[in-house]
Design a protein around this ligand. Structure first.
Ligand SMILES: NC(=O)c1c(N)nc(OC2CCCC2)nc1O[C@@H]1CCC[C@@H]1O
Length: 328
């Protein structure tokens, strides 16, 4: 039977392992060597083996613990996951800006832009800080339970300190380009079809029936929204992103506030080129009214918010090696 002292030691080890995992995976700035980390981890594994009654689902040792499932249960969200209306030109963004100002009865609005990550959106349910469910977006109202696979993603915390009693964290699961290239090389060598793009590779990796396969795919997660929540007072998208960072989620750092749509358009044009230097795929920019009171005033249609738009970049010209057959 574990003594109080053993329980305390296990809690301390978990806290330390969470801290160093965060520094390594989310901040890419480890403070200890892999050897020192492995030593901490080994101590926790040994204590949990000796005292199995101490094991909890949110222990760092439980990332790749799930059994293979033969299908994914369906779960209805407390709050729907909206999608985004698309804009394909600067003028369409100006039209959006006009509608927003009209709807609010103002002549200036603060926007925030975020890169549009090209992955698949997820709904993560946290109760008292512990991750209890990881759900795909599905049709926006009912998603699939892929919790065992989500737990293998190191940039998704299994336990969050100082979390509210209930919180739904929403964001994008994506596959870094480096991992995508390596995966396709491995598939090619194994005589398997390659994945067409990072997004398909991420979706295929997340919907694996065996979590051990998902764990080998090096998936990652950018958080960008909250669904239903209790005990959190947040007033703007910028504040929300900072709160998600404080909870140790990976938040894409390339967000920026603008006090006019002309500024937004400048940002959109800059990133059309700069985004190719990133280590992950994007397919546009998301433009949001920053203030939450204004978002609520504008509301949403049955599927899209009236306070946000996705500006889509034209798809890359994929050089297709096609012989030009000249018909004479
Ligand atoms: N893909 C993204 O990077 C992204 C983002 N940065 N921010 C949001 O905000 C949500 C919140 C309310 C409406 C859209 N959504 C995103 O992706 C959505 C998920 C589903 C459809 C879009 O891809």
């Amino acid at each position: 039977m574990a003594t109080e002292e053993i329980r305390k030691k296990v809690q301390e080890l978990r806290k330390e392992i969470r801290h160093h995992s965060y520094l390594y995976y989310v901040k890419d700035a480890p403070e200890i060597t892999d050897y020192e980390f492995d030593h901490l981890y080994r101590q926790l594994v040994d204590l949990e083996k000796e005292y199995p009654e101490l094991v909890t689902p949110d222990s760092p040792t439980q990332r790749v613990g799930g059994k293979a499932s033969d299908d994914f249960g369906k779960v209805r969200f407390r709050k729907p996951m909206l999608s985004l209306a698309n804009a394909f030109s600067a003028d369409e963004l100006r039209d959006f800006d006009r509608r927003v100002k009209e709807g609010l009865g103002v002549n200036s609005v603060e926007y925030i832009t975020e890169l549009k990550i090209d992955g698949l959106s997820m709904n993560l349910i946290y109760e008292n800080g512990s991750l209890v469910q990881g759900l795909t977006r599905g049709d926006g109202r009912v998603g699939e339970d892929v919790t065992a696979n989500v737990k293998t993603i190191h940039t998704i915390p299994l336990y969050i300190e100082n979390a509210p009693p209930y919180m739904e964290v929403r964001g994008e699961v994506y596959m870094p380009r480096k991992s995508f290239i390596t995966l396709n090389e491995e598939r090619d060598e194994a005589g398997l079809m390659p994945f067409a793009n990072c997004r398909n590779a991420a979706a295929g990796s997340l919907r694996q029936l065996d979590p051990h396969v998902t764990a080998s795919r090096n998936l990652a997660f950018f958080a960008y929204a909250l669904g239903d929540m209790q005990g959190l007072e947040i007033h703007s998208q910028e504040e929300l992103l900072k709160q998600l960072e404080a909870f140790h989620f990976q938040v894409n750092p390339n967000y920026r506030k603008w006090d006019s749509i002309e500024g937004v358009i400048k940002g959109v044009n800059e990133w059309e080129v700069k985004r190719h230097d990133l280590g992950y795929d994007t397919d546009g920019m998301v433009i949001k009214v920053n203030d939450f009171a204004q978002q609520n005033q504008l509301g949403a249609t049955v599927k899209d918010p009236k306070w946000a738009m996705a500006y889509k970049y034209p798809p890359e010209e994929v050089e297709t090696k096609v012989e030009r057959i000249i018909v004479t």
